[in-house]
Write a protein that binds this ligand. Structure first.
Ligand code: PLP
Length: 393
C-alpha cells in the first residue's frame, strides 16, 4: 500500500491556530479586556426570513409520504438550476440549466474539479490568495507557478505577472485582498486563455459584494469566456450559507479541450462521486432568488459594505496604503513602518486589542500586508477603528 506522497509536500498551515493561541494568551494576561475580532472570513448575520421559511416548508414536505424526497438529481433540482439560470440572465449571461451544477459549496468544487484535468499540467495560482487552490493542486501533484500580486498591479495580477500555466486561478473580488478585476482586465485574461488553450477557474464567491455597475460579477460577462472558463459560486457569503452549505459551478457546453466537453466530464464526475445537496437546503437557496429574498440578502450585504466603508475611511484618514473594501468585505492594508505581517498583528493585538489576519498567511506575496474583515457587528467595527486611529494618529 502506498500513500499519496503529494500530501507530504503540503505545508502545514498554522495561520488560524496561531492567531487563536496569541489571542488566548493575550486574554489570559489581560482579563476583562475587550478584544475585537476583525479577522474572520465567516459571515455574522443569520439566514434571512425567506430562506428560513422556505427551508421550514421543505422540512414539512419531507414529513409526508406524498411530498417526501429521497435521492435527488446529483446536479441539483431543476427549480434551483432554473433560478440560477434566470439570475445569470439579469447579468445578460445566457446559460442552459445543464451548464449549472449545484454543490455543497465552492470549496468542494474548487478541489474536486482537478479530477477532470491531467496531473502533469501547470497551475497558475495568485500569490497571495485563498489557500485552497495551492493545497488542492499540491495534493493532485500538479506543477505550480505563481502569479504575483503586489502594490504595482494593485494585487490584480495579469498574464505578465506569472510564468503561465494551463489552469489559471482567478478570484474576484479577491480573498484576501478585496481587489476586483475590471471587464477590460478579464478580457485580457480570457483572450490569453483562449490563445493558449488554458482554462480559467474563476472563483466568484464574493460576487454579490460588487455594487459598482461597471465591474463584472461573472467571467461569463466577458466575450469569449464560454470557451475557456469555469465559474465557482457560493451562497456562503451572498446569503450566509457558510454553515448551511450550498454553491454552484458553471461549466459551459462550449468549453472543449482535446475534443472533449469538460461539461460532460464534470457531469460524470459529479454523478459518480456526489449525491446532491439536500432538498431542504436547495429550497432555501432558491428562496435567495425570489424578489423578497434578493431584497433581504441585499440588506445584509449593504450592512457589511457599510462596515467596510468605515474601515476604509479610517485607513484613508491615517494615510495607510490599501485596496479592497469598496466591492468586497475585505480591506487589504500595507503594514505601517515596514512592519512584517506578524509584527503588525502583535502590535494591533497588544496596543489596540484588535485582531486581523496577517497577509503572509495567504502566501509569501502577502508578507508586509494585513487583511481586515468587514464581517462583524457595526459597533465593534466603529470601536476597533477608533482604537486604531488613536494608536496611529
Ligand atoms: N472561495 C473563496 C475565495 C473563499 O474565500 C471561500 C471561503 O472563505 C470559498 C471559496 C469557500 O466557499 P464555500 O463556503 O462555498 O465552500
Amino acid at each position: 500500500m502506498q500513500v499519496n506522497q503529494n500530501f507530504l509536500n503540503l505545508e502545514d498551515s498554522y495561520l488560524f491556530s496561531t492567531i487563536a493561541r496569541k489571542v488566548n494568551e493575550f486574554q489570559d494576561a489581560h482579563q476583562g479586556e475587550k478584544v475585537i475580532r476583525l479577522g474572520i472570513g465567516d459571515v455574522t448575520l443569520p439566514l434571512t426570513k425567506s430562506v428560513v421559511s422556505a427551508m421550514q416548508e421543505a422540512v414539512s414536505e419531507m414529513s409526508k409520504s406524498e411530498t417526501f424526497k429521497g435521492y435527488g438529481p446529483e446536479q441539483g433540482y431543476d427549480f434551483l438550476r432554473n433560478a440560477i439560470k434566470d439570475y445569470y440572465a439579469t447579468k445578460k449571461v445566457e446559460l442552459a440549466a445543464d451548464e449549472i451544477f449545484v454543490s455543497d459549496g465552492a470549496k468542494s468544487d474548487l478541489g474536486n474539479i482537478l479530477d477532470i484535468f491531467g496531473t502533469t499540467g501547470t497551475s497558475l495560482i495568485p500569490n497571495p490568495v485563498y489557500p485552497t487552490y495551492l493545497d488542492t493542486n499540491t495534493m493532485a501533484g500538479r506543477k505550480i507557478n505563481f502569479l504575483n500580486g503586489n502594490e504595482k498591479n494593485n494585487f490584480l495580477p495579469m498574464p505578465e505577472d506569472g510564468d503561465g500555466g494551463d489552469l489559471i486561478y482567478l478570484c474576484s473580488p479577491n480573498n484576501p485582498t478585496g481587489a476586483t478585476y475590471t471587464k477590460e482586465q478579464l478580457k485580457i485574461w480570457v483572450d490569453y486563455a483562449n490563445n493558449n488553450g488554458a482554462v480559467i477557474l474563476f472563483d466568484s464567491a464574493y460576487e454579490f459584494f460588487v455594487k459598482d455597475a461597471e465591474l463584472p460579477t461573472s467571467i461569463f460577462e466577458i466575450d469569449g469566456a464560454k470557451t475557456c472558463a469555469i465559474e465557482f459560486c457560493s451562497f456562503s457569503k451572498t446569503a450566509g450559507f457558510t454553515g448551511t452549505r450550498c454553491g454552484y459551478t458553471v461549466v459551459p457546453q462550449d468549453l472543449v479541450r482535446e475534443n472533449i466537453k469538460l461539461n460532460k466530464l464534470w457531469l460524470r464526475r459529479q454523478t459518480t462521486k456526489f449525491n446532491g445537496v439536500p432538498y431542504i437546503i436547495q429550497k432555501g437557496a432558491a428562496a435567495v432568488f425570489t424578489p423578497e429574498g434578493q431584497k433581504e440578502v441585499e440588506t445584509n450585504i449593504r450592512y457589511y459594505l457599510e462596515n467596510a466603508k468605515i474601515i476604509r475611511d479610517a485607513f484613508k484618514e491615517l494615510g495607510f496604503w490599501f485596496v479592497g473594501g469598496d466591492n468586497s468585505p475585505y480591506i487589504w492594508i500595507k503594514c505601517p513602518d515596514n512592519l512584517d505581517s506578524w509584527t503588525f498583528f502583535d502590535k494591533l493585538l497588544n496596543e489596540a486589542h484588535v485582531v486581523g489576519t496577517p497577509g503572509v498567511g495567504f502566501g509569501s506575496g502577502g508578507e508586509g500586508y494585513f487583511r481586515i474583515s468587514a464581517f462583524g457587528a457595526r459597533e465593534n467595527v466603529i470601536e476597533a477603528m477608533d482604537r486604531i486611529k488613536k494608536l496611529y494618529k
